[in-house]
Design a protein around this ligand. Structure first.
Ligand SMILES: [Zn+2]
Length: 172
C-alpha cells in the first residue's frame, strides 16, 4: 500500500501499516494505540480509500488516503535478480553488522521502518540493493561508526584495503 496525505496522516498510516506486521497503532497526536474508523469511502476509480479516523484516547481526528498497491516493492540485486522487499531480511542484515555493538534493537527497527516507509511514500516499485544499502549506511553513520564500517564492507564490497581505508578517513 502507498499513501497520500499530510505528514501527520502519513505518520499515522505508517505506524498503522507497521501494526499489520505486529506492532501497535499509535495516534500521531497523543501516541495512543487504538483508533476507530468513523468514515470510509472509495474514490471514483475505486483504488483509493479515504478514511476518517478518531483516536480513542484524545478524540483527535485524522484523514488517511490509502491506496491498494498492486505491485509490491521489488529489490534489484547486483546480479540483476529481483526479489520482493523483505523487512526481515533487511533487519537481519543490519543486525549481523551490529553483532557485539551496543546499539539498541529498537533503534535498528526504527531505521528499517524509516527506510521502508520512505520508499513506499515515494511510490517506488523497484529499488536497487545498492540504494537500499546506501540508505542503511546513512542511518548507521549517525548511530554507530563501527557498525557503519562493518555494514559498508559487506554492502559495498570493498575491493581492497585502500578503498576501505579511504572510507575510514571520511569518518574521522
Ligand atoms: Zn490521540
Amino acid at each position: 500500500m502507498v499513501y497520500l496525505g499530510n505528514t501527520l496522516n502519513m505518520l499515522w498510516i505508517n505506524l498503522w501499516i507497521t501494526s499489520e506486521q505486529g506492532a501497535s497503532v499509535r495516534c500521531p497526536y497523543c501516541g495512543y494505540a487504538d483508533s476507530k474508523v468513523i468514515d470510509s469511502r472509495l474514490n471514483e476509480a475505486g483504488d483509493v480509500t479515504r478514511r476518517r479516523r478518531e483516536c480513542l484516547e484524545c478524540g483527535k481526528r485524522v484523514t488517511s488516503f490509502e491506496r491498494i498497491e498492486e505491485q509490491p516493492l521489488t529489490i534489484i540485486k547486483k546480479n540483476g535478480e529481483r526479489e520482493p522487499f523483505s523487512r526481515t531480511k533487511l533487519l537481519e542484515g543490519i543486525l549481523r553488522a551490529l553483532v557485539k555493538r551496543q546499539v539498541e534493537r529498537e533503534i535498528i527497527e526504527r531505521i528499517v521502518d524509516d527506510i521502508e516507509s520512505s520508499l513506499r511514500n515515494e511510490f517506488r516499485h523497484e529499488v536497487a540493493s545498492r540504494e537500499l544499502g546506501d540508505r542503511v549506511l546513512r542511518a548507521l553513520k549517525e548511530v554507530d561508526k563501527v557498525a557503519y564500517i562493518r555494514f559498508a564492507s559487506v554492502y559495498r564490497d570493498f575491493k581492497d584495503l585502500e578503498e576501505f581505508t579511504q572510507e575510514l578517513k571520511i569518518l574521522t
